[in-house]
Design a protein. Sequence first.
Length: 50
Amino acid sequence: MWWLTCPVCDLTSGPMFHADEAETLAGVHDALHHRGTETAVVVKQSRVAA
């Protein structure tokens, strides 16, 4: 699973099942909220926390 985070906005969003979906949403987030400056980070969660 993949998560989208933005340290500038204190945003955590997810989980997403596909990396390309998370990357697309990161780009949209940056375009809408940060004038295209790359701030969003896509993080892979290797296992589900219990």
